[in-house]
Design a protein. Structure first.
Lengths: 332, 332
């Protein structure tokens, strides 16, 4: 069999809709023959494992457990969708406290049971915050943890394709940066449509400015739209994209959509957010986005919003003040 | 891109849990760049399409429609999970009437809009009956339609692996034939466990006979067990397996688990049921199972049960008496 690696992959939250799809996606992508499904909800977890057994994949060792130690020990790759789900009407930020606490425990468990993990992908929202909290408590290097942010960029691609009635393949290099939330920064200057620069199309009125404003709103509310249409949170695209991120970290096709990554430079400090990233076998690494003055200002606003969320989590006592972070994680 | 074919695949029931997983599975397996999602429930269908767009698959043309003509015209491959779902406590047979009527309409739509379809896979239960009804009204040759039955065999593999605490890969050639329902015939004589013939293990008491009876019951109730554990019908394994069947018909890896197929020979007449089948680019073809006298008797019982269901559907007026079938489908 042609797996990307033989190392253990653990899927946290495997009983849920995203987690169970991740399991199937990872098996279909032939990431590794060693897949462990973890969830505290035993019966539903067993149901998911049964579904995978009934697919009759060959050459794989699928295990499942509600025991965190058993799940995490020996794990090289870990992906977690194990937070509370966003319900209709909630913003991602409403989930802040509960999921930040879950992230803190996840980080502690990683530190205790699999400190040598090679890459962690965090999916549960607000992922910029849960990823940051996880990394802090796990004590791992910034290159070893990324968060799901790409859906905003893929939604921009999809919305532009629909707007112009063309194949999404004709829409290139769509990018949103900053928070994976309602205050993301949608960049026009990176993208092209049918070979034409998107920002020029907006300037020239090929996309009337109100249409562009409306389109950006549809991008920002892409997740809410799925809930409205399907009556449930998006789960297929988050699963597929996050497993593609893990595949890249295992040495598969590099993942080049923006991912959330830890940033601490002269412009943005002590934050996790979507940058111009690549995930490959060396983990996640980033370049600073470069856009128009207005776009960069929007990114700064998004950063400010994330800082506020981070500071709320500090005030809640879930993570210590920034000055004390290095006692938990010397890499931050 | 390396697709199996460029021909159009239509997924019927794409807004549902099985159908939406089929869409993702077909895209991940690179079956064809031309995938059409059909469902009468527009908003949920759009939600599924959006999920697929947000995955950002490349080189594919994903369309979706609530218009049956648009969905079916030009379709070479069709897979349908578009029936009513089985609810907790229902047997597959409880669904008989409603889904037989849906199948009759599906067959008529195939005849009207895509009579040259190359292969159809029917997933909605009771699939032996819905497949038969669809084939009758579609007017297509028996090699061109198969029904999902393999899950019973893969469940036997899984249950044996769990019983002996070994990898499912050590359990070979598990087979259940006849109905994909609670009266399936579970064969022991085809299978081996760790290289040892299963029927011999039962005879010698390596599996105590009560354990074998219990194990067979778990196989038969495998679908019910998923509902009990997960609180929802199985959807991942039916999707994965049925898309594997379509992939085989497109010329991919031949599908060698038992599938439901039309049978009309000296032993079994005018029925659709799981046989020893292969699906390949020539469609589905079968050999008669050969088991012990007791197993073959069990298969005859399963056949009898299916005949009864078929005759009920005739009595309901959904399909004509067998003597008149050739006016609808000369191949039957």
């Amino acid at each position: 069999m042609d797996f990307l690696t033989n190392e253990k992959l653990t899927i946290v939250g495997a009983a849920g809709m995203i987690g169970s799809n991740m399991a199937q996606t990872a098996l279909m992508m032939k990431l590794t023959p060693n897949i462990c499904l973890y969830d505290p909800f035993g019966p539903a977890l067993e149901g998911v494992a049964e579904e995978m057994f009934h697919c009759a994949f060959e050459g794989v060792n699928i295990t499942y457990t509600t025991d965190i130690q058993e799940a995490f020990e020996g794990t090289s790759y870990l992906v977690s969708s194990g937070g509370a789900a966003r319900k209709a009407g909630m913003t991602r930020e409403d989930l802040l406290k509960g999921n930040a606490e879950i992230a803190a425990q996840l980080g502690k468990d990683i530190r205790q049971y699999c400190p040598d993990v090679k890459h962690v992908v965090i999916v549960f929202n607000p992922a910029d915050i849960t990823g940051l909290v996880t990394m802090l408590y796990a004590g791992i290097e910034p290159s070893k943890l990324s968060t799901l942010a790409a859906l905003d960029s893929t939604r921009l691609r999809s919305e532009l394709a629909k707007y112009f009635g063309i194949s999404p393949d004709k829409v290139k290099n769509c990018r949103t940066y900053g928070g994976h939330g309602e205050q993301m920064a949608v960049y026009a200057s990176t993208a092209s449509v049918n070979g034409e620069a998107l920002d020029k199309m907006i300037e020239s009125g090929k996309i009337p400015s109100q249409d562009w404003v409306d389109l950006k709103l549809r991008v920002v509310q892409g997740g809410k739209n799925i809930i409205d249409l399907r009556g449930r949170s998006s789960f297929q695209s988050p699963s597929y994209i996050s497993i593609s991120m893990i595949a890249a970290a295992m040495g598969g096709t590099p993942f080049t959509w923006p991912s959330g990554t830890y940033v601490n430079n002269d412009k943005f400090q002590h934050i996790m957010m979507a940058m111009e990233t690549v995930i490959d076998k060396n983990g996640v690494h980033y370049k600073m986005p470069k856009g128009s003055a207005a776009e960069d200002a929007e990114l700064a606003t998004s950063y400010g919003h994330l800082c506020k969320l981070r500071d709320e989590v500090i005030e809640m006592g879930i993570i210590p003040a920034i000055a004390k972070w290095d006692t938990l994680n010397p890499h931050m």
